[in-house]
Design a protein around this ligand. Structure first.
Ligand code: ZN
Length: 279
C-alpha cells in the first residue's frame, strides 16, 4: 500500500514538472522578440507580448510607437527608441500590448475611448491615455514623410479597438483584430463581440488599400489576413450546434496555435455559442 502511494506520488510529481516545463517554454516563446527592419525608418518587433512597430521620422527627431509589449520585452524595446519626441499609440487595453507604457513617461499616449474602469480592468495600473479617440473617429498626423491614420474601429476584440494605417507604405497595424493562424483571445469582460468583430474586418478590407498587414500576434501578412480571420469566425458561427460540421472545422484549423492558457478552438466555440444565446 505504502509502495503504491510512493509510486503514485512520483508519477504525479513528474506530470507536474513536465506540465510546468511546457508552460515555462510556452511563456519564454511568447516573451521573445524578433525585430525586423522593414525599411530604414520602420522597425517591426514581433512577440514579447503583442506585435509592435517603431516608426522614426527621417530627421531622427520624432518616433511613433505602436504598442509597448510587457515585462523584459518592453524594456528591450524601449532601448531601441532613442529620440526625445515620442508618440505612443495603444491598439487596445490588454497588458501584453500596453505593459511597457510606464517606460515612456514623457511621451504623449493615445488610445481608444475606454472609460477608466474599462482601462483598468484590461490594462491594470498602466497610465490612462492623454488623448482618446471615439469609435468611428480617425486622427491623421504626419511622422516625417509618412501620413499616419489612427482609427477607432469600435467593438471587436475589445470595446475600443484602434488600428494604425501608414498611408505611404500602405501598411496596416491591426492590433488584436487579427490573430494570424492562431485561435484568438476572447474576453467578454473586455467588451469582445464576435458579431461586430466580423463587420470590423469587412470594413477594414474595404476602407484601406493594404499592401502589408501587421497583426496583433503572428507574422507580417497582407489583406488576406482580414479574410482568414473573418472566415474563421463565420465558419464556427455557422457550425455551432452541429457536431459533424465542427469536426470538419477542427481539422481545417488544426494548424492554428493557441495563446498559452487563453485561446483554443473549443474556447472560440463556447464564446460564440454564449454570444448567440445572449442575443
Ligand atoms: Zn488583446
Amino acid at each position: 500500500m505504502k509502495k503504491t502511494l510512493i509510486i503514485t506520488s512520483a508519477v504525479v510529481g513528474a506530470i507536474v514538472i513536465v506540465c510546468g516545463l511546457f508552460i515555462f517554454i510556452g511563456y519564454q516563446k511568447f516573451m521573445s522578440i524578433d525585430a525586423v527592419e522593414y525599411d530604414p525608418e520602420l522597425e517591426i518587433l514581433f512577440g514579447g507580448g503583442g506585435n509592435s512597430i517603431i516608426l522614426t521620422a527621417e530627421d531622427g527627431l520624432t518616433a511613433f510607437v505602436v504598442d509597448t509589449k510587457m515585462g523584459s520585452a518592453a524594456k528591450a524595446m524601449r532601448k531601441k527608441v532613442k529620440v526625445k519626441g515620442i508618440l505612443v499609440i495603444n491598439t487596445h487595453a490588454h497588458q501584453d500590448h500596453i505593459g511597457g507604457n510606464g517606460l515612456y513617461p514623457d511621451a504623449k499616449l493615445i488610445a481608444g475611448a475606454y472609460t477608466k474602469e474599462q482601462w483598468e480592468s484590461g490594462a491594470g495600473k498602466s497610465r490612462y491615455p492623454d488623448e482618446t479617440i471615439k469609435p468611428g473617429e480617425e486622427k491623421i498626423l504626419r511622422i516625417g514623410s509618412e501620413i499616419v491614420h489612427i482609427r477607432n474601429m469600435g467593438n471587436a476584440h475589445t470595446s475600443n479597438d484602434v488600428v494604425v494605417y501608414l498611408e505611404k507604405r500602405k501598411l496596416l497595424v491591426t492590433g488584436d483584430i487579427v490573430f494570424l493562424n492562431k485561435h484568438p483571445v476572447l474576453f467578454a469582460k473586455s467588451g469582445c463581440k464576435v458579431a461586430s468583430w466580423v463587420n470590423v474586418l469587412d470594413s477594414l478590407y474595404n476602407r484601406y488599400d493594404i499592401k502589408a498587414l501587421v497583426p496583433g500576434h503572428g507574422d507580417v501578412s497582407d489583406k488576406n489576413a482580414l479574410i482568414s480571420m473573418r472566415d474563421y469566425f463565420t465558419d464556427i458561427r455557422d457550425a455551432v450546434g452541429d457536431a459533424s460540421k465542427l469536426a470538419v472545422l477542427k481539422k481545417k484549423y488544426k494548424a492554428y496555435s493557441s495563446v498559452p492558457g487563453m485561446s483554443s478552438f473549443e474556447k472560440t466555440i463556447a464564446f460564440i455559442k454564449n454570444e448567440q444565446g445572449n442575443k
